[in-house]
Design a protein around this ligand. Structure first.
Ligand SMILES: [Zn+2]
Length: 93
């Protein structure tokens, strides 16, 4: 159980450690509990800062992977055979 201040702070600063979703605080008889609505009670929390860092890393990795797969020819680069003139036109020049 938490008091109101701690429960609000937890909701503001942490996400669910399982799904990284928002937390909700509930008023119970002896204080407040905080939990994820999707995963229910008993999940840990992670800081929002941590989640944002991890999401940033994911985006960087997926960008790199796409480029690498295009380089080795596993996924088609949609602009591969286009002349520079057409590419510039698509970019608005
Ligand atoms: Zn969750």
């Amino acid at each position: 159980m938490m008091d109101y201040v701690l429960a609000s702070r937890t909701v503001n600063r942490y996400y669910c450690s399982k799904c990284w979703g928002h937390l909700t605080s509930y008023h119970a008889e002896t204080g407040y509990t905080v939990q994820c609505d999707d995963c229910g009670p008993g999940q840990g929390f992670v800081t929002k800062h941590y989640v944002e860092q991890e999401r940033q890393k994911d985006m960087t990795v997926s960008g790199d992977t796409k480029r690498m797969l295009q380089d080795i020819g596993i996924i088609e680069n949609p602009h591969k055979d286009k002349p520079v003139k057409d590419l510039l036109k698509e970019l608005g020049f």
